[in-house]
Design a protein around this ligand. Sequence first.
Ligand SMILES: *Cc1c(COP(=O)(O)O)cnc(C)c1O
Length: 382
Amino acid sequence: MTDAPRPSPETLLAQAAHFIDPADGAIVPPIRPSTTFARDADYALMGRSDYIRPDNATYEAVEPLLAALDGGAEALLFSSGLAAASALLETVRTGEHVVAQRIMYYGALTWLRRVSERRGIGLTLFDAGEPESLADAIRPGETALVWIETPANPTWDVVDIAAAAELAHGAGAALAVDSTAAPPVTTRALDLGADIVFHSATKYLNGHTDVLAGVLVTKETDARWQEIGQVRGLTGGVLGSFEAWLLLRGLRTLALRFERASASALKIAQHFEGHPNVARVLYPGLESHPGHAVARRQMRNGFSGMLSLLIDGDAEAAKSVATRLKLIVPATSLGGVESLVEHRKTVEGPTSAVPDNLLRFSIGIEQADELIADLEQALDGI
Ligand SMILES: *Cc1c(COP(=O)(O)O)cnc(C)c1O
């Protein structure tokens, strides 16, 4: 007997949790919302679990799919991306050292700073655009975790995952990759040497702006992974059954949504490069982007729908563009079917390193030409 070929991510996703219920032939898996489970006449558990926090049956259709997509051994669902990041940080001990990016998802960096102060964990930040600065930040024997985000919010700097893995492993550290902007249909960080991959499933994986969720996928079910599982059960950062089910529904169209958003974002980036009211377009899919060559290598199926424009003007000019848009909605978050724009500096506050004139766009699945026309009219006359 020969093994069946491994299905492609597109096929895995389209048939997400492909399932035929022996009871009635249903092909969509059920939602299991019961929080508690009865015991029998001998006071033995009737099923495998007594309570939903440590063991949720609805996850059974979702976690193995997420693990397979990223080519990992196992995946764990969390109540949000930050709950997942926090469970991973919980495995770092006082006295150990963490390396992260100077410009990365602001919420995760804020949490990392707090954990570092409160728990006596060293923290060194590096510049994603400068590969040597990662090598300088890592302390052999002391650094336990290197956390990278690529492409990184909101400048879309690209970090070479394979090179980062080599540096981290050479120093005895683990590499975790925030791959929220590069879901596994385009980047499989574990294949490139990462130990743990993180996704805010709130973004591309769910894709419909109606579920808050996080996921970690591990290459190996080692001691750190066991600890992460325990932390999730003990701190209770678990995803609800309804959200897990909705996430599965969103995942079925991930490949199509990501392909469309990436194609439109590239078109928009190319259109506005050199526009008189745009000082710079930040998009890894552009040849002018400093991370383009690495992005081509590690983003095999599109450069995502995320791009930023540096408006030729100040913060007020950038905000006036955002508010003049008619189709693109001024709102935070990313990776949904609808296009959004955000003035990041307003959201991150005065301590943020993000340029004043930066507008971040999450391109959705609308008609690209209509989005271009909307941007043209908003830029007109600043
Ligand atoms: C949104 C986001 C997070 C945090 O995830 P939540 O689901 O909002 O908790 C982390 N990293 C990146 C890159 C994100 O965009």
